[in-house]
Ligand binder design. Structure first.
Ligand SMILES: CC(C)(COP(=O)(O)OP(=O)(O)OC[C@H]1O[C@@H](n2cnc3c(N)ncnc32)[C@H](O)[C@@H]1OP(=O)(O)O)[C@@H](O)C(=O)NCCC(=O)NCCS
Length: 169
């Protein structure tokens, strides 16, 4: 599996948006992005990277083609301890089922370790999202517990239940 993590720029916004599908919306974003909003989001990520604070996001590239997105957020505290760093990811539909997400998680954990950010990586996943549960397991994370989110709710107002998986960095 040859993939690379690189910062995202305005030139990647269209491909990023084109890589979203119903599963991305259901399990991660809550809605489809548009190119202008995505460019603003990438600028915000670049500002964080320059300042060395907050959420950092990366594009996942297979040779010559953007195939996904991964980020870490040291400030997210819903269901995790202050030293835990939450990861999120999505892989474009055409690139799924090839181990891209597991490798991207491994690479982003290397970034956390190299930059001394946090002591544990955290994956918070809805238990019904079996593909993402598999990613956590295959990346070596251990199941800790299920918890009710203080931050995310279903359309009917009930809190989202997440399973927490952790990996020591
Ligand atoms: C979850 C997600 C990132 C996994 O990405 P991926 O690169 O396909 O992951 P992997 O290739 O490592 O596969 C993980 C598991 O997904 C399953 N899977 C999901 N879609 C698949 C597909 N189209 N083809 C084959 N396997 C698929 C496989 O069962 C696999 O487990 P296995 O290797 O034990 O059979 C991807 O499905 C996705 O983008 N989903 C929408 C966003 C999302 O759920 N993000 C996570 C929020 S917590």
């Amino acid at each position: 599996m040859t993939i690379e993590l690189r910062p995202l720029t305005a030139a990647d916004a269209e491909a990023h948006c084109a890589g979203e599908d119903a599963l991305t919306v259901r399990w991660l974003t809550g809605g489809y992005g548009d190119v202008d909003g995505t460019i603003e989001y990438f600028k915000w990520l670049a500002t964080n990277a320059a300042a060395g604070t907050g959420k950092r996001g990366f594009g996942i590239w297979k040779p010559g083609r953007l195939c996904g997105y991964v980020d870490y957020d040291p400030d997210l505290d819903d269901g995790i301890e202050p030293q835990d760093v939450a990861l999120s990811y999505a892989v474009h539909p055409w690139a799924r089922g090839q181990g891209v997400a597991v490798e991207a998680v491994r690479l982003v954990c290397e970034v956390l370790l190299a930059d001394g950010i946090g002591t544990r990586a955290a994956i918070r996943v809805e238990p019904e999202n079996s593909a993402s549960v598999r990613v956590a397991q295959k990346a070596g994370f251990r199941y800790i517990r299920d918890f009710s989110s203080n931050r995310d709710a279903h359309p009917d107002g009930t809190p989202v239940t997440f399973s927490l998986y952790l990996l020591d960095l």
